[in-house]
Design a protein around this ligand. Structure first.
Ligand code: HAM
Length: 420
């Protein structure tokens, strides 16, 4: 679990602002749900025999003896909230959320025990059009962030639950007779969650799977059509994808479409965004049958990727426009007044020097603040009704400007690039 410090927070804010804007472009409304839920909610939605529920949840008893869990993901909570407040009754919903999630995994680069997701869920729409729109939305986001060349879309269909059950039976019988060739994890999954074996990173297991029954032969007609139409819609919109028949996902609620956006730039934890369709979940949690599709992106991984690709514009890290110094106690009042009026009239980010010190040390702080301009008012300036302007990031000559109309004069100079 990590702290987020000032050198990092501008990158997070850059990302969060872009994502929010794109979500709003597609008509998504924000929901905020509690960080803890009844443990049952996650068991019933994510699945009893998934890694998340079996090994990774932070579960505790509260003072009433209720079993609560720090949310390991956002979909279950979003469904619970939407259902509880009647949002799914005879209407479609496009919802998004963001916040910390908790999984007790082995930490490594891109994998943490507290991590952050931004997720979106669309309820009440049955066809492949909404699947396509959800994917288009993520593709737009990568373009807006300038990382589109570093991510690739993997796509699969998990078909109907009947198709999965029939395939599971065949797969298990194929693997049962070859148990000795399976890696330890897959051996365990053979009993609990055999489809996850398709996802195994073990080379021996992957080779064994080459001869296994193919899921493709089990896909039902409706799911096949849904998938074909989705592919056509993506083709028409110019979104490239790779069909990966071994993409199965680690949560049990999916059927039909599943997808992941992956990058090779981050090492082992390369999935930056993942999701799919989960038409059965609302009903499973006690609501009426409601088709649904959504995804969640890992904020830490996207931040790492933005940094890896140098995709964060300098302006996003520029927190201070002006560093303002009143030299000596006599000049505190006019400098504080000037700082206030620059904030009000020019909307500038002004850091006022507080705490005294020598002029030299104040100028050092001005430089370290990242500001483009240092302004100072000494006795001479005060008596003349002026302010001195030093350009910290360019060779432009220091100058003195009258205090009247100072906001406009400074804005003009910054717009002309004098501060660069
Ligand atoms: P998920 O694949 O478990 O899906 O997580 C989504 C994303 O969260 C991952 O692709 C990854 O970027 C990030 N993530 C997951 N675990 C960690 C971790 N330990 N550290 C850092 N990042 C992590 C879900 O959670 C589904 N609820 C997605 C969804 C929404 N499906 C439909 N709607």
């Amino acid at each position: 679990m990590n702290d987020l410090l000032p050198d990092q927070s501008p990158v997070w804010q850059f990302l969060e602002t872009k994502v929010k804007t794109v979500l709003q472009r597609y008509g998504y409304a924000e929901v905020r749900t509690p960080i803890v839920e009844q443990t049952e909610l996650f068991k019933r939605s994510i699945g009893e025999v998934t890694d998340i529920v079996e090994k990774e949840m932070y579960t505790f008893e509260d003072r009433n003896g209720d079993s609560l869990t720090l949310r390991p993901e956002g979909t279950a909570s979003c469904v619970r909230a939407a259902e509880q407040h009647g949002l799914l009754y005879n209407q479609v919903q496009r919802l998004w959320y963001t916040g910390p999630m908790f999984r007790h995994e082995r930490p490594q680069k891109g994998r943490y025990r507290q991590f952050h997701q931004i997720g979106a869920e669309a309820f009440g729409m049955l066809g492949p059009d909404i699947d396509a729109e959800v994917i288009l939305m993520t593709a737009r986001l990568w373009r807006e962030l300038g990382i589109e060349s570093a991510v690739e879309l993997q796509l699969n269909t998990l078909a109907s639950s009947e198709a999965r059950a029939a395939f599971k039976a065949e797969l298990v019988s194929y693997l049962e007779s070859r148990k000795d060739q399976l890696d330890a994890d897959s051996l365990r999954r053979l009993e609990t969650n055999p489809l996850r074996i398709l996802d195994s990173k073990d080379a021996g297991t992957q080779a064994l799977l080459d001869g296994a029954p193919s899921f493709n032969d089990f896909i039902d007609e409706e799911s096949r059509l849904h998938f074909e139409q989705l592919c056509q819609l993506l083709d028409a919109a110019g979104v490239k994808y790779q069909i990966n028949p071994r993409l199965v996902r680690g949560l049990d609620y999916y059927g039909k479409t599943v997808f992941e956006w992956v990058t090779t730039a981050l090492g082992a934890q390369g999935t930056v965004c993942a999701g799919g369709r989960y038409d059965g979940l609302v009903e499973q949690l006690g609501g009426r049958h409601t088709p649904a599709v959504g995804f969640a992106m890992g904020v830490e991984r996207l931040v790492l990727l933005l940094e890896e690709l140098n995709a964060v514009p300098d302006a996003a890290r520029q927190l201070v426009d002006v560093y303002l110094i009143g030299i000596g106690d006599d000049n505190l009042v006019p400098s504080m007044a000037l700082a206030e009026s620059l904030r009000t009239e020019a909307g500038m980010n002004v850091q006022l020097h507080c705490g005294g010190g020598s002029f030299k040390s104040q100028m050092k702080k001005a430089d370290r603040s990242g500001a483009r301009l240092a302004l100072f008012i000494g006795s001479e300036e005060r008596e003349a009704g002026e302010v001195s302007v030093k350009y910290l990031r360019s060779g432009a000559e220091q100058e003195r400007l009258p205090l009247t109309n100072i906001s406009m004069a400074l804005s003009e100079r910054l717009n002309k690039g004098l501060g660069e």
